[in-house]
Design a protein around this ligand. Structure first.
Ligand code: OAD
Length: 254
């Protein structure tokens, strides 16, 4: 049975020898920043709602203000959070090795960016971005589309011209992932020779397809997770540990 030092040395060796690296992160990446995972966020005062009611178009139509307020509450939580040592190690590695590491995340928080990572691919959208709920009626009148930034304050804010409400620019249940980010993420997975899968249960598809794509192209795939995940079976190495403890060891300068 190898010990932690041997495993860390092996990972550092794999990372040094890799040409192209992908970090594929999930909610566990932000756990040590005290950002609740998606399911934990349905707790406390939101405990009596189910995710479908708060994170779906149907739920939004039924009660736009309740859905909007839940996202405002989550935005407040993330604003108070700080990137952890795992986010910082990834960003530092990107600075020291330009073009070598790409971050693909299922998270909607901005902690990878606030740690200094660039070109982060958000497969499930971004918590701090808004978009119109429906097509803007203005565009039917061949007018310029209403600009999100001039929405009239409200819960949710809305278009002063056509009444269209704003919604968070995140992927809701039953919705497709953003096409461009998904295409770029698939390309990155197919072109990498090492994928670090950090803090994801591997439960949600099609995002969970990425490690399969990497493996199919001959990449090594490593799972970093304190618990079992659905991606353990196909991993070249499963390391039980946390993002903030292990990523600095693996990606940090020697
Ligand atoms: P989950 O909540 O399903 O899984 C989080 C994973 O992180 C679990 O496997 C934990 O064991 C692991 N974990 C917890 N603490 C950790 C730590 N400190 N370091 C490393 N790992 C840790 O979250 P995701 O897999 O990200 O989709 O869920 C994927 C998607 O399900 C989310 O993006 C969301 C949700 O539906 C959308 O919002 C569209």
């Amino acid at each position: 049975m190898e010990n932690d030092v041997q495993i860390d040395a092996e990972l550092r060796d794999w990372i040094a020898k890799a040409n192209k690296l992908v970090v594929f992160s999930g909610a566990g990446m932000s756990a040590e920043s005290n950002v609740p995972t998606f399911r934990d966020a349905i707790s406390g005062l939101w405990a009596n709602f189910n995710p479908q009611e708060l994170a779906s178009a149907e739920g939004f139509i039924k009660d736009p203000s309740r859905s909007w307020e839940w996202y405002q509450w989550r935005r407040e939580l993330v604003r108070k959070a700080e990137p952890n040592a795992g986010h910082l190690a990834v960003a530092q590695f990107q600075r020291e090795n330009p073009g070598k590491l790409r971050v693909v995340t299922q998270n909607v928080d901005d902690l990878h960016e606030r740690a200094g990572s660039s070109e982060v691919l958000h497969l499930h959208g971004e918590l701090f971005a808004d978009r119109w709920f429906g097509p803007c009626a203005q565009s039917e009148l061949l007018q310029p589309r209403c600009d999100v930034s001039v929405a009239v304050a409200g819960s949710p804010p809305y278009c002063g011209e056509c009444g269209n409400p704003l919604r968070p620019k995140v992927v809701w249940f039953g919705e497709e992932m953003p096409k461009d980010e998904w295409a770029q993420a698939q390309r990155a997975a197919k072109n990498c020779d090492l994928m670090l899968v950090v803090g994801t249960s591997g439960h949600v598809w099609p995002a969970a397809q990425l490690p399969h794509l990497a493996k199919a192209r001959g990449a090594r795939m490593v799972v970093l997770n304190p618990e079992e995940s659905e991606l353990d079976e196909m991993a070249d190495r499963v390391v039980r540990g946390t993002a903030a403890k292990l990523l600095p060891k693996w990606l940090g300068k020697r």
